[in-house]
Design a protein around this ligand. Structure first.
Ligand code: NAD
Length: 483
């Protein structure tokens, strides 16, 4: 495993190359708080080289013109290689990010490989060219790759978020510079190994890790045609402003503060375990977490007792254990941020029902106890702002209209759920909540479903057909129909 933890070279132009400087970023285990590896600290010089390689591979290389069967076969090969390296990828994610084994199994290799397979199939029948005729007029509508893509990913679910960008970008015929977050780059170095092994032509994907400043430099690079970003809303606003300078294409997958709405007919025995599990998984460090739980006032006491009992039973500890639900937070800074929000919740007058501290039995690691605030007013900052930790808030509502009003009273609109014994009633409420992705009773959508946010949760969509269209430009060629 050690060679996967210590990386001296960058994947640029299809080869592992020395970075411009010898600077390194240490990777610190959230579980042990000890340094476990390192990667090069990418610089603007490395980004220049990576963008140049991606530019050349796009402008002069074979990839954008590759025949669809070849492109599909390569995407499928990447999916298979990902599955073959699932064990290594899982270990890296547990070590670098504190991902629990359970979430690594659900959210990383299966979702990432699914994306490569999905786009391999989609492009086999996708109408990249279409003739449009009307009376005496004729045009050819051509969908062509947008160009060089800068794919910027966060640390929380690095592999599958990278796949949500790289797979459709490759399917469209684009070339890519991928920038992992400094907290969790190792699994994306392994992705680079896989891309190299897959036979992808040189320069089509390049990987340079680094922090915010490097990301800003990449976003502003004149030879980049499109930004595909996942991260915080604050960063998304800056990126959009930079893109505005040159009308650069941009898709943004940003933050959320989603609501799980339990209707008054809810079967608590079914809903509560799943809502608690959903909010606590990956220690709440999921953009689509439904961290605001809305319950009917008429069943307040029963539901609060039930939710508190289950939050108290959530397994906290070593992320390598298959039953662990809440592992460590990604960094000391992230733990401080979560603890500040817990202190704020108390100051704001919410009732701390359970948790709020650090687990007494864990000597090392950036852990926070599963925490529940009840009687939370939706105007409180703990209900408004993304905490990104194992913290649920419970807010009681009067009736369905009130529940919809509270769910919508947010600058975000990423995810959500409605819990009820009457699916049609649930659909009715779901339609009224302004959010990009919502389930009735926690159902999972098919692979081809697009994902993205309303309001400040994002711009554009990833995954599904819309996820491919995000990497295509539309050209119309008018023709003389009489020829
Ligand atoms: P972040 O915005 O701090 O960083 C995300 C990535 O962007 C990192 O690689 C970082 O180095 C880079 N970056 C930061 N500022 C930048 C800038 N101004 N220009 C260019 N690059 C920049 O976010 P984070 O703390 O790593 O991740 C957590 C956030 O990501 C949460 O808000 C979460 O909701 C969001 N997220 C959203 C989705 C989604 O699909 N909507 C998925 C996962 C995470």
């Amino acid at each position: 495993m050690s060679d996967l933890m210590h990386r001296d070279l960058l994947f640029i132009g299809g080869r592992w190359q020395k970075p411009v400087t010898g600077a390194r970023t240490s990777i610190v285990s959230p579980r042990t708080e000890k340094t476990i590896g390192y990667v090069p600290d990418g610089t603007s010089g490395d980004i220049d080289r990576a963008v140049q390689e991606a530019r050349t591979a796009f402008d002069d290389g074979a990839w954008p013109k590759t025949r669809i069967p070849e492109r599909s076969a390569l995407l499928r090969r990447i999916a298979n290689l990902l599955r073959a390296r699932a064990g290594d990828i899982k270990r890296l994610l547990i070590d670098e990010m504190g991902t629990t084994a359970m979430m690594a199994d659900i959210m990383q290799v299966p979702l990432a490989s699914e994306q490569f397979d999905y786009y391999a199939t989609l492009i086999e029948s996708f109408p990249f060219e279409k003739e449009v005729s009307e009376h005496d007029r004729l045009a050819l509508n051509v969908l062509e790759p947008v160009g060089v893509v800068a794919a910027i990913v966060p640390w929380n679910v690095p592999l599958s978020i990278a796949a949500n960008k790289v797979a459709p970008a490759l399917a469209a015929g684009c070339t890519v510079v991928l920038k992992p977050a400094p907290e969790a780059p190792l699994s994306l170095f392994l992705l680079a190994d896989i891309l190299e092994e897959s036979g992808l032509p040189a320069g089509v994907v390049n990987v340079v890790p680094g922090g915010r400043e490097l990301g800003q430099y990449l976003v502003g690079h004149p030879d980049v045609d499109k930004i595909a970003f996942t991260g915080s809303t604050a960063a998304g606003k800056r990126i959009m402003a930079t893109c505005a300078q040159s009308i650069k294409r941009v898709t943004l997958e940003l933050g959320g503060k989603s609501a799980a709405v339990l209707l008054d007919d809810v079967d608590a025995a079914v809903a509560v375990p799943r809502v608690v599990m959903g909010g606590m998984s990956l220690s709440g460090q999921i953009c689509a977490s439904q961290s605001r739980v809305l319950i009917p006032q008429s069943r307040r006491n029963e539901l609060v007792d039930h939710i508190a009992a289950l939050v108290g039973q959530v397994t906290v500890g070593d992320p390598r254990e298959p039953t662990t639900v809440v592992g460590p937070l990604v960094s000391a800074a992230q733990r401080s941020r979560v603890e500040e929000y817990i202190a704020l919740g108390k100051e704001e007058g919410a009732t701390l029902a359970i948790g709020g501290g650090r687990p007494a039995n864990l000597a090392s690691g950036w852990y926070v106890e599963p925490t529940l605030f009840v009687d939370v007013g939706n105007e409180m900052r703990i209900a408004k702002e993304e905490i990104f930790g194992p913290v649920l808030t419970v807010t009681a509502y009067e009736d369905d209209d009130d529940a919809v009003r509270i769910a919508n009273d947010s600058c975000y609109g990423l995810s959500g759920s409605v819990w009820t014994t009457n699916q049609m009633r649930g659909v009715g409420i779901a339609r009224r909540i302004r959010t990009g992705w919502i389930s009735v009773n926690g159902a999972q959508p098919p692979t081809g479903t697009s994902f993205g946010g309303f309001k400040q949760s994002g711009l554009g969509r990833e995954m599904g057909r819309a996820g491919l269209e995000a990497y295509l430009e539309q050209r119309a060629i008018a023709l003389d129909p009489s020829v």
